[in-house]
Design a protein around this ligand. Structure first.
Ligand code: CA
Length: 339
């Protein structure tokens, strides 16, 4: 045991050098154990466990899926562990201040899925969004973190896209990676309260998109779809695959995987029909990467995956009343070209 810990620390040291860090650091992961909160972290390549006396929420109430009368909305997606770039974009666009505190007032910030996987700063990104959510609520703003396919993949133990750092973290903490987000953890419970689809004013937000196939199978009741998705987090894949449930909700035309607005474009008539059925005027999606925030189908579909995952550049969408802008990495606001 001591020997295997030594080997893990040794390899975490080698990896840290390889990825250009001084040492492996990650966490905290907060576990709810017998009325006691236990914090587990990796500090300089070593697992650290401590019992917490600080108060943390352990029960997360499901928030509404539909909001109206919101004047300021900002949205970005597919952060994929690129915490530093995400912070730069949020800060330069005055969503947060220099101390990383909420500064978007009563505005709503929507994270349209996929904070997890690929990059090496997933945990700190999650805690930032967690903190901002509480700060925003205190001033009548909101942060909405919608679950994307990579959140569901990790929660369903599909760990193919983890940054190479995280299997080491998992070994050091002697906990399977998905169990770091289990239902006995603070972040795990928080994630299990999140939506897949959100409607603000006449805008519908969802990571992949809404296809006609999905509407035909699952309907358009947003609250019901969100509840079904939430309940499926702790269902086994085998059980879900035993009926057409899995292909409906998790297949290529389901809300977290659909790419039909971009890679296999559908007709504008179909988009119009989908919008009518979901009683919305715009759909805002992530999941399909572009170099900037893009607008498609005569101003009806917005794509906010601006390739933050590459760690170089990214943007944020602003919907301010009838005015729509791309917020660039440096904080410039560019009016979106209407087709
Ligand atoms: Ca995705």
């Amino acid at each position: 045991m001591i020997r295997s810990s030594f080997i893990i620390v040794f390899f975490s040291f080698i990896l840290s050098k390889a990825i250009g860090q001084e040492a492996l650091n990650d966490g905290p992961y907060i576990f709810i154990e017998d009325q006691q909160l236990v914090e587990k972290s990796v500090v300089e390549g070593v697992a650290v466990r401590k019992e917490l006396t600080d108060a943390y929420d352990t029960i997360f109430r499901v928030q509404p899926s539909i909001f109206t009368g919101v004047d300021k909305i900002a949205a970005l997606s597919d952060i994929h562990g690129q915490y530093d770039l995400a912070v730069e974009i949020l800060r330069n666009n005055q969503i947060i201040d220099a101390e990383l505190n909420w500064s978007f007032g009563d505005g709503h910030l929507v994270i349209v899925g996929d904070i997890f996987d690929r990059g090496d700063k997933v945990t700190v990104a999650l805690w930032l969004i967690y903190e901002l959510e509480q700060q925003a609520r205190a001033v009548d703003g909101r942060v909405h973190y919608l679950l994307g396919n990579h959140e569901y993949m990790v929660l369903h133990k599909d760990l193919r896209y983890l940054h190479e750092k995280y299997p080491l973290v998992s070994e050091l903490l002697e906990t399977e990676y998905d169990e770091l987000y289990g239902s006995n953890t603070v972040l795990g419970r928080w994630l299990r309260s999140k939506h897949t689809i959100l409607k603000i004013n006449e805008h519908l937000f969802v990571h992949g998109g809404i296809s006609q196939d999905f509407i035909t199978s699952a309907g358009v009741d947003i609250e019901a779809i969100n509840e079904t998705m939430r309940k499926s987090i702790d269902r086994s894949k085998d059980e879900m695959k035993s009926t057409d449930f899995y292909s409906t909700y998790y297949g290529s035309t389901g809300p977290i995987w659909y790419r039909g607005y971009f890679y296999d474009p559908i007709s504008e008539i179909t988009v119009d029909s989908i919008l009518t059925q979901v009683k919305s005027e715009h759909i805002i999606v992530g999941h399909c990467s572009n170099d900037e925030v893009v607008i498609r189908y005569n101003n009806k579909v917005f794509g906010v995956d601006s390739s933050i995952k590459k760690g170089e550049y990214g943007e944020i969408l602003f919907l301010l009343g009838e005015e729509y802008y791309r917020g660039t990495k440096s904080g410039e606001r560019v009016e979106l070209n209407r087709e």
